[in-house]
Design a protein around this ligand. Structure first.
Ligand SMILES: NC(=O)c1ccc[n+]([C@@H]2O[C@H](COP(=O)([O-])OP(=O)(O)OC[C@H]3O[C@@H](n4cnc5c(N)ncnc54)[C@H](O)[C@@H]3O)[C@@H](O)[C@H]2O)c1
Ligand SMILES: O=c1ccn([C@@H]2O[C@H](COP(=O)(O)OP(=O)(O)O[C@H]3O[C@H](CO)[C@H](O)[C@H](O)[C@H]3O)[C@@H](O)[C@H]2O)c(=O)[nH]1
Length: 328
């Protein structure tokens, strides 16, 4: 099979690329390397350095099919950043997706898998764990932009029969267990890599955003889903969308508080994590835990990395081998 992966040089996308290659598929990555890394692309995979904001360049890449499926990861993806730059986030994420969807329709792509997010469920009125049909109430412009794309994909299916699978990831985490890829955002804003770096003395004390949330220990709770399990979910989804479009929440169903993440990093690294309480970060919901039971039922998907220490061990391994990320 032959697949096109936008954002395949980034954190989550690069792990899907590895999973597709491990299964013997041909892969082309469309990426402008704005946050991704050339070194994250394995041998045998072609990089088309294209900006999805450029419709004509996107069309020239997509015309080079046929594709058995397209995976769309490329986006701006920071909740806090989107609270400071709302219009930019909404414009960027929707325009890049519109260009890709238009090119897919023009060039007879039949299936697209889209990186959606738990940030769709940012509002206060919801139960936990969060089922697929929970009330959608984005708590940030980032989440709103992803909702707009989901709705666009709905109409692309209704009118053009472009089938889509929207995977609403909870917190993507971990690194390839074989050490072939990892997380290298610049600047890094995600909790697990920042906590490991604070433990290793590579950064000053971790700022813990919010200690007065309505949770047992006052810090936010997140559901960390390993990128290798996420990659498996993407591949399983392809069979589901031959004739219909689907949307699934994807997570382990287990939430860990930010303070529990700190304790886990201390166990795994053997170092104390220096941290200090800081104000809440705008746009952060108190608790995001997935009910992924329909994904499990429909596809047979089962996450292999359900223990936070094991997830963090894979990150620690990659960060120890790559203290300067992909620059090494
Ligand atoms: N990391 C998470 O916890 C998480 C959670 C939920 C959803 N998501 C979604 O998953 C996707 C991937 O997230 P990530 O953490 O791997 O991000 P990332 O920044 O590591 O990867 C994004 C990739 O897209 C590329 N890109 C960005 N704009 C582009 C453009 N205009 N044209 C071509 N390429 C472009 C970047 O260079 C990068 O390689 C995003 O859509 C994000 O919203 C991530
Ligand atoms: O220095 C830091 C960084 C993070 N946090 C806290 O750690 C938790 C997790 O934050 P991350 O930045 O690691 O992840 P987010 O939950 O903000 O966001 C991630 O998951 C979301 C869905 O849940 C989105 O899809 C988004 O793309 C993705 O980055 C939050 O409570 C945050 O406030 C800190 O306390 N200090």
């Amino acid at each position: 099979m032959r697949y096109l992966v936008t954002g395949g040089a980034g954190f989550v996308g690069s792990h899907l690329v590895l999973a597709l290659r491990d299964r013997g598929h041909e892969v082309v990555v469309l990426d402008n390397l704005s946050t991704g890394h050339h070194q994250a692309i394995p041998d045998g995979v072609t990089l088309r350095q294209v900006d999805l904001m450029d419709l004509s360049a996107t069309q020239k890449c997509v015309v080079d099919g046929p594709w058995d499926g397209v995976f769309h990861f490329a986006a701006l993806s920071l909740v806090g950043d989107s609270m400071r730059n709302p219009l930019h986030y909404i414009h960027y994420n929707t325009q890049t997706a519109l260009n890709l969807i238009q090119a897919c329709i023009e060039h007879n792509v039949r299936k697209i898998v889209f990186s959606s997010t738990a940030a769709l469920f940012g509002g206060p009125e919801r139960s936990t764990p969060i089922p697929d049909d929970a009330l959608i109430q984005p708590g940030s412009p980032y989440g709103e932009s992803k909702l707009m794309i989901e709705r666009t994909l709905y109409w692309a299916d209704q009118i053009h029969q472009l089938r889509s699978g929207c995977l609403r990831y909870f917190n993507a985490a971990g690194s390839d267990p074989q050490g072939r890829a990892g997380e290298d955002h610049r600047p890094e804003t995600h909790l697990i890599p920042l906590t490991i770096d604070a433990a290793l003395g590579r950064r000053p004390a971790l700022q813990l955003f919010g200690t007065d949330y309505p949770t047992a220990d006052g810090s936010c709770i997140r559901d960390y889903i390993h990128v290798t399990d996420l990659a498996d979910a993407h591949i399983r989804l392809l069979d589901q969308i031959d004739n219909r479009s689907v949307r699934y929440n994807v997570g382990t169903g287990h939430g860990y508080s930010n303070l529990e993440v700190i304790r886990s990093v201390e166990r795994v690294t053997g170092h104390t994590v220096p941290w200090e309480a800081a104000p809440r970060r705008a746009g952060d919901p108190a608790m995001l835990v997935a009910d992924a039971s329909t994904l499990r039922r429909d596809t047979g998907w089962t996450p292999q990395f359900t223990d936070l220490d094991v997830i963090i061990e894979t990150v620690f391994k990659w960060r120890s081998a790559h203290p300067h990320g992909y620059s090494d």
